[in-house]
Each structure stands twice: as C-alpha cells, then as structure tokens.
Ligand binder design. Structure first.
Ligand code: MN
Length: 208
C-alpha cells in the first residue's frame, strides 16, 4: 500500500525531515527506524523495538541507506525478495536535529527531536564504543522529557500496535496480496556485493 505523506512536511521549515518506523515481520520480528537525510533514509534495525523509558537503551544496528520511497511502504514483500515479510508503517512524522548530521554520524552521537504520531520528544542514537568491527552497533534511547515514560507504566509497542496510516494489525496487512516488486536484471543483482568500505546490508544475525 502506498499513501501520500509529503503533505506532512512543513513547507517553510527545511530543517524538518521525514522519519518512519516500520514493524517488519521477517523471519524474526523487528522494527526499522529510518530518518530522512541527504535524499535517502538512514536506517537502523531495532531487533528489540524501542521504548519511552530513558533508563532503557535498545540495540540499533546501522544498515545501508534505504530509498526515500520506503516512507510509504506497507504490505508484504514476497518470499525470496530483499526485505521479504510483512511491513507495517508503525509510526511516521518529522524529525530534526540541531547537530551537523554528517558530523553526528561520524562521531556516533545524534540527538534529535521526533514529531510523530506515536513517538515524540527528544531521542538519542549513540554508537557503542566498545568492541571491534562493530561500527554498525548503536543504541536508541529516549531522553528525559515530558514524552518519556517508565517501561513499567507504558510499553508503547504493546499499547499502540496498529498501523499509523491504516489502523490495521500486522496479521490484517499480511492477509492482503503481496506487493508487486519488479524483477531486477541478473546483471544488476550479481554486482550487489557491498564494497569493502561499505557496511553490510544487514548484519548476519539480522533480517532486513
Ligand atoms: Mn526490516
């Protein structure tokens, strides 16, 4: 299902950009956190979802940028295709930061504000500093503000499980015919090995 969302972008404030959170039932259920930046979507896989509790950090694995068109994606990607599984638009809205984004990504610390339907207020994405070869390991955390809530009071994943655009459950979305995805030419798909300096599309233990 594709739905127009660009009307949500304030026309006279270019600092605000789109964000979207997908719920993705691949071989393992996870969430995908995507921030519009430089004409694509910076994407983190959230294997354990997210919460509004500032004392709880949630693993966020940086993966390759996704096309901006993903902000409208909801439906089922057929088996065998990239990102196979059912995808729900769990939340969407706009985000901004006071930081220089390129610098924040390099330094591994990004503090930002969300104005979504479900997620609001100040959040941080912070790269883990330990380990080796773990450049893609970050965590997402809610900062303390009026939108923060202890997990013992509110688990937003449980409290708000429906699609933000269609109010459907994952099961309802999955019951519809899969999305049509045009086949790629063989020549293109063969050259898809990431260059050595690129992050893997998805870490071995995660599904797209
Ligand atoms: Mn995914």
């Amino acid at each position: 299902m594709r739905l127009p969302i660009y009307h949500q972008r304030p026309l006279f404030d270019t600092e605000w950009r789109l964000f979207v959170v997908h719920m993705h039932a691949a071989s393992r259920l996870h969430y995908d956190f995507r921030l519009e930046y430089a004409h694509s979507l910076k994407s983190w896989v959230l294997p354990y979802g997210l919460c509004l509790d500032p004392t709880r950090r949630r693993r966020a694995v940086l993966v390759n940028d996704h096309p901006i068109a993903c902000v409208e994606s909801e439906g089922t990607i057929p088996a065998g295709r990239y990102g196979a599984g059912t995808i729900m638009l769990w939340d969407r809205g706009i985000w901004r930061t006071d930081q220089d984004m390129a610098q924040a990504l390099r330094g591994g610390r990004l503090k930002f504000e969300l104005r979504g339907n479900k997620l609001k207020g100040i959040w941080s994405l912070i790269r883990e500093s330990y380990g080796f070869g773990a450049k893609q390991d970050w965590h997402l955390r809610k900062e303390s503000d009026r939108e923060a809530k202890p997990l013992s009071e509110t688990d937003i994943l449980v409290a708000k499980p429906l699609s933000v655009v269609t109010n459907r459950t994952l099961v309802e979305i999955a019951s519809e015919p899969p999305l049509f995805i045009p086949a790629k030419s063989k020549r293109n798909s063969k050259s898809k090995k990431p260059a050595p300096n690129q992050l893997p599309l998805f870490p071995d233990d995660l599904e797209p």
